[in-house]
Design a protein around this ligand. Sequence first.
Ligand code: NAD
Length: 351
Amino acid sequence: MNRVFWKDKKVFITGHTGFKGSWLSLWLQDCGAILTGYALAPNTKPNLFDTALVADGMESVIGDIRDLGKLTKAMGDFSPDVVIHMAAQPLVRLSYKNPVDTYSTNVMGTVNLLEAVRKTASVKAVVNVTTDKCYENKEWIWGYREDEPMGGHDPYSNSKGCSELVTAAYRSSFFKYLGSAKIASGRAGNVIGGGDWAEDRLIPDIFKSFENKESVVVRNPFATRPWQHVLEPLSGYLVLAEGLYLDGDKYAEGWNFGPKDDDVMPVRAVIEYLVEQWGDGASWIHDESDQPHEAKLLKLDISKAKKLLEWAPKWSLFTALDSIVEWQKEWLKGGDVKAITLKQIHEFEKS
Ligand SMILES: NC(=O)c1ccc[n+]([C@@H]2O[C@H](COP(=O)([O-])OP(=O)(O)OC[C@H]3O[C@@H](n4cnc5c(N)ncnc54)[C@H](O)[C@@H]3O)[C@@H](O)[C@H]2O)c1
């Protein structure tokens, strides 16, 4: 990403109170961008948004993405150059419990976002953040390419496939004209990083157990996941937004931002590495009870982003895991969380 591009750019971020949103907001604040965020209040305690004082460097609007009037007003009042849409119900297991909320937030939320963009003439570039789970999962060994069919077995994955279809329909119906905003989507895998306290996610669960000195209970140790540090896809979204803003139609499509092939690893490899790095008697056990269906094999083909955006993953899985251990230890000892987050952002940029 190009820091100079982002200086003084007005960026509207939905989901800025979440894990990825907080990292992205701090990164863009550090580049000198002018930010307005739109999201619900953080729903975990602790959370990165509050602990890293993210609101200090931006205008923060607390609102529901399903409230079209409020969303349109917040965007219109700000008149952004770029919109990055991350507000979503992002958890697979919660989507089995709350399918209606998941669909209304993830699908109608996308419709509302794009409606608000239609009414805000200043917007030149929009990145809709979906997921690798948006593809019809064939449980095969090859990476999915951007033009493969959308699908999704569970409500979360499927709602993100729908969000992609909404994006494509809005692009061809409303955003193909000269001067209209350019719309793309970014598909990335499971992201990891310091400061994630979401329920029912592996890395947060691991650190909660470490901190409570309990064994980590792992549901699917043999499932393979495309692990990547949160800064990897965020850098992809930023490079993509730059391309959309500067070169328009050429970039207005879907993009995969997955990890290196070597970093598609079983859960077991991650937990064993973290147990070793954490020390202090850390341990894990396999929960063999029946679990709701989750995709077991999922890989993205990132050739397109490498070739056309000159984007590529930077950190290995183990560098990412080391950075999380460093982050969580800093937090545990009451250190400056904003400073460590910015330090890791600078290290990532230099690597
Ligand atoms: N974390 C991952 O591993 C991962 C992987 C692939 C894609 N994603 C996508 O990245 C985005 C951010 O995920 P995250 O991990 O930061 O999740 P998160 O739960 O930490 O953050 C979600 C954000 O969306 C907001 N939000 C939720 N419902 C809302 C509503 N009805 N109205 C307004 N705001 C609402 C929350 O307030 C929060 O700011 C999501 O779109 C998610 O699907 C995440």
